[in-house]
Every structure is written in C-alpha cells, then in structure tokens.
Design a protein around this ligand. Structure first.
Ligand SMILES: NC(=O)c1ccc[n+]([C@@H]2O[C@H](COP(=O)([O-])OP(=O)(O)OC[C@H]3O[C@@H](n4cnc5c(N)ncnc54)[C@H](O)[C@@H]3O)[C@@H](O)[C@H]2O)c1
Length: 280
C-alpha cells in the first residue's frame, strides 16, 4: 500500500522502515531539509511539506508534541494535519492516523475538527481516523518498530481502524481496538507508570545511600525483582480490588514513613501514596 509518514524523526523513521520491510511503499514528509536530504541519499522517498506529493490512502502522523510548562504544544501537529487535509481524496477512502503522543480528547475535540475545516470533508463519510500510540523505546527504535509487543488502535467508530489493523497486524503482536479517548489515555497510563517506577526506585536508592548501603543497592533491588509480586506478576495492582489494604501494606508503609521522617529521610512518592491510599 502507498503510505505517507509525516515526521521522519525517531518514531517516523523507524516505523516507516518497518513498513518498507513489510512490502509497503513509503514516502516521508519532514520539515527539516537535512532529514529529507538524508533519506533521499539513502535511497528513500522523502519530501518537504511544501513540495508536491501524491495523495495516499494512508497517512501516519509522527511529528513532535513537546510539553511547554504543563501544556502540550500542538503547533507541529496542527501544521501536519493541515497539510494532510489538503491531500485527502475521498475516492481513495483515506485513513489518517496520529502516532504522536496526544492528550486525552485531542483527537475528537481538536484534530478531527481541524481536518474537517482544512479539507472541507466530513469524518467517517469521506475519511477515517485512528489514534495509534507508538510504544517504541528511543534507544531500541529500529528493533521495537520491527517487532512491537502490542498495537493499540483508538477508533473514531468501530471499523475505522480496519486498514490499520490489516497493515500492523501481520506480525505476532496483538492488535487491540478501543475508542479514541481510551487509546489516548492508555499512552499516558503507560508513560506515567514507567516514570513512577523509575522515581520510586530512585527514592529508595537515595534512602539506601543515606544509610551507607550504596554497595548493596543492586542486590536489594534484584531481590525485590524476585520477592515483590508487583515485580514478577504483571497484572499485580491493575485489577479493581479497592484501595491499598491487607494486613501488611498500609501498616508497613505508614511505619516506614514515620521511620524515614525520624531519620530526616524523604520519599515524596510514598508520602503521596499514604495520602491517596483511601482513593481508588
Ligand atoms: N522518541 C520516542 O522514543 C517516542 C516513543 C513513543 C512516542 N513518541 C512520540 O512520537 C512523536 C514523535 O516523536 P519523535 O521522537 O519521533 O520526534 P523527533 O523530534 O525525533 O522527530 C519529529 C520529526 O518531525 C519533523 N517535523 C516537525 N514538524 C513537522 C511538520 N509540521 N511536518 C513534517 N515534519 C515535521 C521534525 O523535523 C522531526 O524530523 C511525539 O509525539 C513523541 O512524544 C516518541
């Protein structure tokens, strides 16, 4: 299938190469002349946004969505959508897919109205829309793009992701289909959990170092990888079993916090857990 990828950075480049390996014809669009030149010198098809490009049945948007303060900057995404909108041809039954990380609600409240306004076309009647978060790791981008663990398709309506499911579903990774907002939210659950886990172990490392146990940190963490169900059972904590409870967790977290305070040690994450332990 002819596919256009808008944004040829870490995500767009790795993802596009994986599509090429799957036998698709990929053209990249990037606003950075050096990126375009680099792709062309390596034998790929690439163009700047204002250069002519053939309309396609499938567009993947992989442009940056940086955070400024605590706001998402949608400037690049807005430009990419406006350009794709101009290329939409209903006779090709086009599908627009955003792969950039976007906040919950962005697709329905902002991206779709923008596509409709710029193209003069109507969602569902003239084009389909999918939000498909990218889960690759930057340091393993090529490897992850060619062997993803899972695909998540957020669909505007059931069935809108059929073409994308067909393209992505050829490998072993399962394809899960959900409403748009669920896919947008899941990407933030994913990233926030990873950040939380890293921060927790960083806090524990600080506590250990303050106790002159630096040399033992790796051993303590490696034992924890085996001893804590939250480490060896991926489903642990994800079921709706109510607030933190049981004979050990609440009492031990509170005692640990009290002990840390008495030693002038801090764990802001555990403090927040204590405050939120009644919440679900
Ligand atoms: N880097 C990662 O590991 C990773 C993983 C998952 C998701 N993501 C998300 O994917 C998105 C892209 O991230 P990235 O790391 O590939 O960014 P990147 O900065 O590596 O690449 C973005 C590319 O888009 C180009 N670009 C910017 N505006 C454009 C426009 N209007 N038209 C065409 N090209 C344009 C830039 O020149 C650049 O080459 C972001 O939303 C990011 O949060 C990134």
């Amino acid at each position: 299938m002819n596919i256009e990828i808008v944004g040829a950075g870490v995500v767009g480049s790795a993802f596009g190469r994986a599509l090429l390996a799957g036998g698709h014809a990929v053209q990249w669009i990037d606003s950075h002349p050096g990126r375009v030149q680099d792709l062309r010198e390596n034998g790929f098809t690439a163009a700047l946004p204002d250069e002519p490009a053939d309309p396609c049945p499938l567009y993947f948007i992989c442009v940056p969505t940086p955070t400024i303060g605590r706001d998402q900057d949608r400037t690049a995404l807005g430009k990419a959508l406006a350009r794709v909108a101009m290329l939409l041809r209903p006779e090709l039954s086009p599908t627009v897919v955003i792969r950039s990380t976007i906040l919950p609600g962005t697709s329905r409240q902002w991206a779709l109205p923008s596509l409709e306004r710029e193209s003069g076309l109507r969602r569902s009647d003239h084009f389909r829309f999918v939000y498909c978060p990218e889960f690759l790791r930057e340091r393993h981008a090529a490897e992850d793009a060619s062997a993803p663990r899972i695909h998540l398709l957020g669909e505007l309506e059931p069935g809108q992701g059929d073409v994308v499911a067909q393209i992505l579903g050829g490998g072993e990774a399962p394809v899960v289909r959900v409403p748009l907002e669920a896919a947008e939210l899941q990407k933030y659950i994913h990233n926030s959990f990873n950040a939380l886990k890293i921060s927790f172990f960083n806090e524990m490392r600080c506590v250990a170092e303050r106790m002159d146990l630096k040399a033992e940190v790796e051993t303590m963490f490696s034992v924890t990888r085996q001893s804590a169900e939250g480490m060896w059972n991926p489903a642990y904590g994800t079921r709706d079993w109510g607030p933190v409870s049981g004979p050990c967790l609440p009492k031990d977290v509170e005692a640990f916090l009290g002990w840390m305070r008495s030693c002038d040690l801090a764990s802001p994450l555990l403090e927040s857990l204590s405050a939120s332990s009644g919440n679900r």
